[in-house]
Design a protein around this ligand. Structure first.
Ligand SMILES: [Zn+2]
Length: 146
């Protein structure tokens, strides 16, 4: 049996949901961005955990607004990730969501030239299809940009 490696390497890596992250991917599939939150003390947890790291309370995924600020970012200039080989340069940011200081989610920053991205830039999440599978992933677009 021969595998078609050219196809295998033409798509980005796919998520591999586990017990802790399944709720995140279930939400994105329904068009929602949701993060793990303690049901006892209200703390948002990223990465998601079965139990709160502060009070050991149970956690659930709750919707977030998807707005936040660019905490930090890189400009990817080398074609290194399958599915994005022809997309360089592009920006990958770590976005601090408005719900809680330190609640950060990585994602591509779209709709802006790489040289115009700065820390503190206000952004809004949107969900896009991840090529090569069934998943949707958040990307972030500057607020007010089309
Ligand atoms: Zn808690």
């Amino acid at each position: 049996m021969t595998a078609d490696l050219s196809e295998a390497f033409s798509f980005p890596p796919q998520p591999d949901p586990d017990a802790d992250s399944r709720g995140f991917w279930a939400a994105t599939a329904e068009g929602r961005l949701a993060m793990c939150r303690c049901q006892s003390c209200g703390l948002w947890l990223q990465p998601p955990l079965e139990r709160c790291r502060v009070c050991a309370g149970p956690t659930e995924f709750e919707d977030v607004a998807g707005t936040g600020t660019v905490y930090t970012f890189i400009v990817q200039r080398q074609a290194a990730v399958a599915g994005y080989l022809d997309k360089v340069p592009y920006v990958v940011g770590l976005i601090e969501l408005d719900e809680q200081l330190g609640l950060r989610l990585p994602g591509r920053i779209v709709g802006v030239e790489p040289g115009e991205v700065v820390c503190g830039l206000r952004v809004q999440a949107e969900l896009v299809d991840l090529p090569g599978g069934e998943y949707r992933v958040p990307v972030f677009r500057p607020l007010g940009a089309e």
